[in-house]
Design a protein around this ligand. Sequence first.
Ligand code: BTN
Length: 250
Amino acid sequence: MNVHVLYLDEVDSTNTYAVKNFSSLPDGTLVVSSMQTAGRGRRGRVWQSPRGVNIYASLVVKSLANACLAGAVAGLAVLDTVRFFCPEARPFLKWPNDVYIRERKISGILCESAEIANGRITGLAAGMGLNVNLDSGALALIDQPATSMRMVSGGEFDLNKVINRLEKSLNMYYIMGIISEADLFSEWKKANRLIGWPLELVDGAGRHISGVFADICDDGAMLLEREGRRERFDCGDVRIRRDSVNWDKI
Ligand code: BTN
């Protein structure tokens, strides 16, 4: 396995492309497109994908048959990439795999199963959207607080350089996961910096649940503590309560 880039000029969604062409794409193919006409986010949301300003990429994952681990590879690699170019910005992972800078989202991950055999997932597409050169006008059109590498650093970035770094980071974390799932998992857990802080979770049914992010279970689920009890959530959207977090400690 070796992560390598396949460039497309335009596509509906790099995830859709990776899933549709999964059997013919080698393990570790990173499908990158200059734009997406139907970029998708989690929970049916649209992912804004204008031409030539951001990264839209999907990794073909055949050697880690688990959405939590594939998501961890993608989340950690994007986190490393943002840290490399914007070292002052102090990005972190917001469970499960969004990359945030303070209360603003800079990247989102969408893992989708691409191959199922005997009722088990055997292959995945790990999609990554990273806001690189998006300006304040375009960011204001996003339906949640968002930022870009340009906004946090004040300068524009060469997308090819960013893709190169992402490719290297993906390679490193993918190999780490193949060698030791436990090591990858522990890196991912360490990068989830909101553990211990109060927040709100919007669960699969749309309920808003407030509590303290107590821990992450061995299978990647989150534990939310409220009224002295810990409740487990496999999926959901974490909302940061801006005034409850001390950003200097994140
Ligand atoms: C989210 O935070 O909601 C996940 C966003 C994932 C967006 C990326 S962009 C590349 C890949 N193709 C898609 O259609 N979605 C993912």
